[in-house]
Design a protein around this ligand. Structure first.
Ligand code: ZN
Ligand code: FE
Ligand code: FE
Ligand code: ZN
Length: 290
C-alpha cells in the first residue's frame, strides 16, 4: 500500500507527489489554473487548492498568465508589479492543503519576447512553465470566432503560422509544457486532412526531440469545438513519438478545477499512454497514470 502525504508534509524536496500512485487517487494532477490577477478569472490560489483537494486530485499547479513588461496584451495578465502579489498569495497557501501545490506560470510565446522571457523565467522559482501561443499577431487572437483572424486568412494558413510559433516556442527550450497545442480548432476551424498532417507532424518531431511535454487541456470540452486539446489524432501521434503529457483544466474559476479529468485520463489511455509527468522546481519525473 502506497503512502499518502499528511497535511503539510509537502516541502520543496524532490521527489514530491509519488503519493498519487496511491490506490485511492483516481485522477491525475491539474497543472493548469488561473487566478483573478489575470483580469479574466476568479479566485486566488487558495481557492483553487481547496477545490483541487475537494475534487480528490493528487496535486495542483497555479499557472496564471505571465506578465509582459513590453506591454503585450495587458488586458489578460497581471502587471510585472503584481507578480510579487501572485507569488506571495501562492507562498502563503502552498503548505496549507492536503495535496502538493506547485508554483507555475503560463507564459506566452510571441515574436520579440525571447530575450526578456528567457531571463525572466530563469530568475523565478517555478516548479513548471507552460508555454502558450494565444495570438498570431497583436490583432489576430483565438478568443473570438469572428474578427480578423478567420476573415483574412484561409484556415490552413492560420494553422501553419500558429504551428510555426509552436515550433519556435519549443526550440527556445524555455518552456516545460506546451499549452493547448491545437488551439486554432477552438471554433471548429480545421485544415483539410492532407494539410493537417503536413503542418502538425514536423512540429511534433521537434517537440519530441526537445523533450518538451504537451498537456491534455480539458477547457476545449467547454469551447465550441467540444473536445479536449489536443485531438485524439494529435495525441496518438504524440504517443508514437514518446512526447510526455500532463493534464490541465485551464480553470478560470475554482469550481472548474479537474473538470472532465475522467475523460482526459481515458483519452490518454486510449492513445496508449501509461505515464504522465510530475514536476518540481522544473525537474520532471514520469509517474504511472492512476
Ligand atoms: Zn486565461
Ligand atoms: Fe492559454
Ligand atoms: Fe490558461
Ligand atoms: Zn490557457
Amino acid at each position: 500500500m502506497q503512502k499518502v502525504p499528511a497535511i503539510g508534509s509537502f516541502g520543496n524536496d524532490f521527489p514530491l507527489h509519488d503519493c498519487y500512485i496511491a490506490a485511492m487517487i483516481k485522477l491525475p494532477p491539474d497543472y493548469h489554473t488561473h487566478t483573478e490577477l489575470c483580469r479574466h478569472a476568479e479566485g486566488r490560489p487558495g481557492d483553487y487548492f481547496r477545490a483541487a483537494a475537494a475534487r480528490g486530485l493528487p496535486a495542483v499547479a497555479c499557472t496564471d498568465h505571465s506578465p509582459a513588461p513590453d506591454g503585450f496584451d495587458p488586458e489578460h495578465r497581471m502587471t510585472t508589479d503584481e507578480f510579487e502579489v501572485y507569488e506571495q498569495w501562492f507562498r502563503e497557501e502552498q503548505d496549507r492543503h492536503a495535496l502538493p501545490c506547485l508554483f507555475g506560470i503560463e507564459a506566452d510565446w510571441y515574436p520579440g519576447c525571447e530575450l526578456y522571457m528567457a531571463e525572466w523565467l530563469a530568475a523565478q522559482d517555478f516548479d513548471l512553465v507552460i508555454g502558450s501561443v494565444h495570438y498570431l499577431d497583436y490583432w489576430a487572437f483565438f478568443h473570438s470566432s469572428i474578427g480578423q483572424l478567420w476573415e483574412r486568412e484561409d484556415v490552413g494558413q492560420v494553422w501553419r503560422q500558429y504551428f510555426e510559433l509552436i515550433r519556435q516556442l519549443t526550440a527556445s527550450g524555455m518552456y516545460d509544457i506546451i499549452g493547448h497545442i491545437d488551439l486554432p480548432k477552438k471554433f471548429g476551424h480545421r485544415p483539410p486532412d492532407s494539410e493537417f498532417r503536413e503542418i502538425v507532424l514536423p512540429v511534433l518531431d521537434v517537440i519530441a526531440g526537445a523533450g518538451t511535454a504537451i498537456e491534455i487541456n480539458t477547457s476545449g470540452f467547454f469551447h465550441p469545438v467540444a473536445e479536449a486539446y489536443p485531438s485524439t489524432q494529435i495525441l496518438c501521434w504524440a504517443r508514437e513519438r514518446n512526447i510526455p503529457i500532463t493534464f490541465g483544466s485551464d480553470s478560470h474559476k475554482p469550481e472548474r478545477v479537474g473538470n472532465r479529468f475522467e475523460d482526459a485520463l481515458a483519452l490518454a489511455k486510449e492513445a496508449g499512454y501509461a505515464h504522465s509527468l510530475q514536476f518540481s522546481k522544473r525537474r520532471k519525473t514520469l509517474c504511472p497514470l492512476p
